[in-house]
Design a protein around this ligand. Structure first.
Ligand SMILES: [Fe+2]
Ligand SMILES: [Fe+2]
Length: 284
């Protein structure tokens, strides 16, 4: 774990601990929290508030009269939707920057993460998971380690003469940095005090066959990320990605066996694309 500590040492300079956003996240995970408490917390952060109001007023929700306050938003969207908006807005700010070492243009990581969160929660619902919220959050934050490793990886790539090719990005990271973005992301979220049911799927989203990667939350985030990567979603425009269910059986063998996924894959993917298209305009 020590090598990961080294990469999160200067994290406050790179991404300051988003205190209010993390509090909102923690409050939203706890089903006993009253919505008033969350609303008060959200209002302490003007950026978060503005972001959520913008999303709530987007065409997606189709309200005729403008939503102008957090309270109003709670009344009109309901508790669960406000929770989702709070978690989403809190994460967006962390993932917007370009990640050059990973070949990710501005916002590409955010769009990828958002697509994963959407798909992970649809897969989780089909698997009859009771509390989808930690899975949604973990999928949103699964690649946050890339934000921390971007510079070091860029530097290493520039300074190293590579005569070998790497099958995956994670292998490249491990060769260059002796760790990978999943492990560093996990260390960061642990440092921030995020609960285990979110932290573990982040740390194991590229791992299979280990005890912690066999937990259902980890398997779902792994699967969602794998699918979104195969589809190639890094932008919101439809012409930029494609998915053929027919291609899928070939790769299925290597994937975690999430309950009710294989049999329902076609309808799960259909639901995902429908929702993704619907929300695309709201998450710019
Ligand atoms: Fe990843
Ligand atoms: Fe990813």
């Amino acid at each position: 774990m020590d090598i990961e500590k080294q990469y999160i040492e200067d994290v406050d300079k790179l991404i300051p601990r988003p205190d209010i956003a993390l509090d909102v996240l923690a409050l939203a995970q706890d089903s006993s929290t009253a919505i008033e408490g969350i609303a008060r917390k959200i209002e302490q952060d003007p950026n978060l508030t503005a972001n959520m109001l913008r999303m709530a007023n987007s065409a997606y929700f189709g309200f005729m009269r403008e939503i102008t306050s957090v309270k109003d938003m709670v009344v009109r969207l309901g508790y669960d939707m406000v929770k989702i908006l709070a978690i989403t807005s809190a994460s967006a700010g962390l993932l917007n920057s370009p990640q050059e070492a990973y070949n990710l243009e501005p916002k590409a990581l955010w769009h990828h993460s958002y697509a994963c969160a959407l798909l992970a929660s649809i897969i989780a619902k089909h698997a009859n998971v009771e509390n989808v919220s930690p899975i949604y959050t973990a999928a949103l934050l699964h690649d946050i380690g890339k934000v921390l490793l971007n510079r070091s990886l860029q530097r290493e790539i520039a300074n190293t003469k590579l005569d070998k090719k790497f099958a995956t990005l994670v292998e490249l990271e491990r060769f260059m940095l002796q760790t990978d973005h999943a492990k560093v992301g996990m260390a960061l979220l642990e440092k921030w005090g995020v609960p285990d049911d979110i932290v573990i799927p982040v740390g194991y989203h590229h791992t299979t066959g280990e005890e912690k990667s066999n937990l259902l939350n980890s398997q779902i985030v792994y699967l969602a990320n794998y699918l979104v990567e195969s589809i190639g979603i890094r932008a919101l425009k439809e012409e930029d990605y494609m998915f053929r269910v027919d291609d899928f059986p070939d790769i299925y063998q290597e994937l975690p066996n999430v309950p009710n996924f294989q049999d329902n894959m076609e309808s799960i993917m259909e639901e995902f694309f429908y929702q993704f298209r619907e929300v695309a305009g709201t998450i710019e």
